[in-house]
Design a protein around this ligand. Structure first.
Ligand code: S3P
Length: 171
């Protein structure tokens, strides 16, 4: 199976789908947020607070560059803003097939309504922030994606099976 890169908005299920995909395929799973926290020994929220979003975005790019050297079959679950830099999109495409886990604003809001870990959601009307950010980011996700996987109303198993059954040679 090809390396898989999961992209999508916060709460779109990248980490959950990544974990299940790992169980099914035995491929290595890496989560860019977790790896950045580990490498910098600092929570994402602290990185945003002390060094700012720009520094975090640079850490994301640096991490992708390192991953391009990674030898084993892998699933990469990315942070929701990974697609915002053109350089990141090129790097992700180099790493593997990019799958956009797409979800409606209502679904995302439901999953994120109690979140305390994501710095970009902590101030203001959360539903509105999500709706505006999704609208702004949608073109970035679409441009980066090799496949768009609509997840609303599907079980985790259905989503993961779709990914496992993708015929990449046809695309
Ligand atoms: C972000 C998404 C987060 C994390 C950071 C910024 C974003 O990752 O990288 O809080 O800009 O959308 P998840 O998508 O895994 O929540």
């Amino acid at each position: 199976m090809n390396n898989i890169v999961l992209i999508g908005y916060m709460g779109s299920g990248k980490s959950t789908v990544g974990r299940d995909l790992q169980r099914k395929t035995g491929m290595i799973l890496l989560d860019s947020d977790q790896e950045i926290e580990r490498l910098h020994n600092c929570k994402i929220s602290q990185i945003f607070e002390t060094r700012g979003e720009g520094a975090f975005r640079q850490m994301e790019t640096d991490y992708l560059k390192e991953l391009c050297q990674y030898p084993d079959p892998l699933i990469l679950s990315t942070g929701g803003g990974m697609v915002l830099k053109e350089e990141n999109v090129m790097l992700m495409k180099k790493i593997g097939k990019v799958i956009y886990l797409k979800a409606e604003v209502d679904t995302l809001y439901r999953r994120l309504s109690n979140d305390t870990t994501r710095p970009l959601l902590q101030n203001g009307n959360r539903r509105q922030i999500i709706a505006e950010m999704v609208a702004k980011r949608e073109p970035y996700y679409l441009r980066a994606a090799d496949r768009i996987l609509q997840t609303d109303g599907k079980t985790l198993e259905e989503v993961v099976n779709e990914i496992v059954n993708y015929q990449w040679t046809e695309s």
